[in-house]
Design a protein around this ligand. Structure first.
Ligand SMILES: *Cc1c(COP(=O)(O)O)cnc(C)c1O
Length: 353
């Protein structure tokens, strides 16, 4: 604390990201990174972009990447908004779309950055409890609101929603923006991008950090009606004209041009998730159905804190959320490479015996 801070800074409750340990020998299953690297074409594109042109500012609109994403999803570039990671996209949309008279709504157990942005921007919010199965029930969101946001699949639970349910909630809230955070959608849920031409109040947010293995490059995007995108551009251009650097623009574009690599990575994660799910069940874990690149699981005989600690002692880190109480015995386990998943299973077998 310092007397030089602007007064509101004292009351901020910043987001706490999963640990990025300095030791590299750990089996790192705690922050939902992709088990493989990005496409070799991405690395090549970054190399090609790394030359004397770095003295120049990048394209403020990152048009090359916008066009690639628009082409990939068969949209107009004016329906695409880009940010420095989807966290920045979220920050801009909270400020640009959610600072309303009525409170915004999001699940009580979800991505914890939503609450942080509300604190930063002074946005009023209400949380809506997950149902008894720890799933989002969008029927619970029928009340006056200044906007809605939820991940699909939800984080950290991994459970997916149907496009039907999302279409219904967009239809039922014509006067507020409905945001679907699709950080994990490529691992098994259906993208609501298919609905944005039908609902002018629907905004879909995605990231290249998870399914495209580029967490280290920081690229995220939003897709929606041109009117929503224009509002986001106004906020972005009042904050930072160049959120994407030259290397990120080149890398992002190449990532959308190597479909085979993308599909192969997805398939590996999905196959590994299904086999790990079965093995964990065999060890007595209760595992929530997951459409993401992680599993959310608890063991009836062991606390989440004890399990996380015992795994760490064996060189494996997973994410454990101490609160709220409803999920304190769960571990969120990122799907790793096959040999990492085997190490995890071996360690758990050890700990439980
Ligand atoms: C990982 C994640 C993000 C943020 O991803 P970026 O790396 O900032 O693009 C956003 N929402 C959810 C639900 C996530 O899990």
């Amino acid at each position: 604390m310092s007397k030089f801070w602007s007064p509101f800074v004292r009351d901020l409750e910043p987001y706490v990201p999963g640990e990025q340990p300095k030791m590299s020998r750990l089996v790192k299953l705690n922050t939902n990174e992709h088990p493989l690297g990005p496409s070799p074409r991405v690395i090549e594109a970054i190399r090609d972009a790394a030359d004397e042109r770095l003295r120049l500012y990048p394209d403020p609109d990152a048009s090359e990447l916008k066009d690639a994403i628009a082409a990939y999803y068969r949209l107009k570039p004016s329906q695409v908004f880009l940010g420095n990671g989807s966290d920045e996209v979220l920050a801009h949309l909270f400020l640009g779309l959610f600072k309303q008279d009525r409170p915004i709504l999001f699940p009580d157990i979800t991505y914890s950055f939503y609450k942080v942005y509300c604190g930063l921007y002074g946005i009023d919010y209400q949380t809506v409890p997950l149902n008894d199965d720890l799933a989002i029930d969008l029927a619970d969101y029928q009340r006056p609101n200044g906007g809605l946001i939820f991940p699909n699949p939800n984080a950290p639970t991994g459970q997916p929603l149907s496009l039907d349910a999302i279409a219904r909630v967009a239809e039922a809230n014509p006067d507020s923006v409905v945001v679907v955070d699709e950080a994990y959608v490529d691992f098994g849920a259906d993208t609501a991008i298919a609905l944005v031409d039908r609902y002018a109040n629907l905004l879909v947010v995605q990231t290249l950090s998870k399914s495209r293995a580029l967490a280290g490059i920081r690229v995220g995007f939003a897709i929606g009606h041109e009117g929503l995108i224009e509002g986001l551009e106004r906020v972005k251009n009042s904050f930072n004209s160049y959120p994407l650097d030259r290397l990120a623009i080149a890398a992002g574009r190449a990532a959308f041009e190597d479909e085979a690599w993308f599909q192969q990575g997805r398939k590996l994660v999905i196959d590994e998730r299904e086999s790990l799910n079965a093995v964990l069940n065999g060890l007595g874990f209760q595992v929530l159905p997951s459409a993401a690149n992680f599993l959310f699981a608890r063991h009836p005989d062991h606390s989440g804190a004890d399990l996380a600690l015992a795994l760490r002692e064996r060189g494996i880190i997973v994410r454990h959320f101490g609160k709220p109480e409803r999920i304190q015995d769960y571990l969120r386990i990122t799907i790793g490479r096959p040999e990492q998943n085997r190490e995890l299973v071996q360690a758990l077998g050890d700990i439980l015996s």
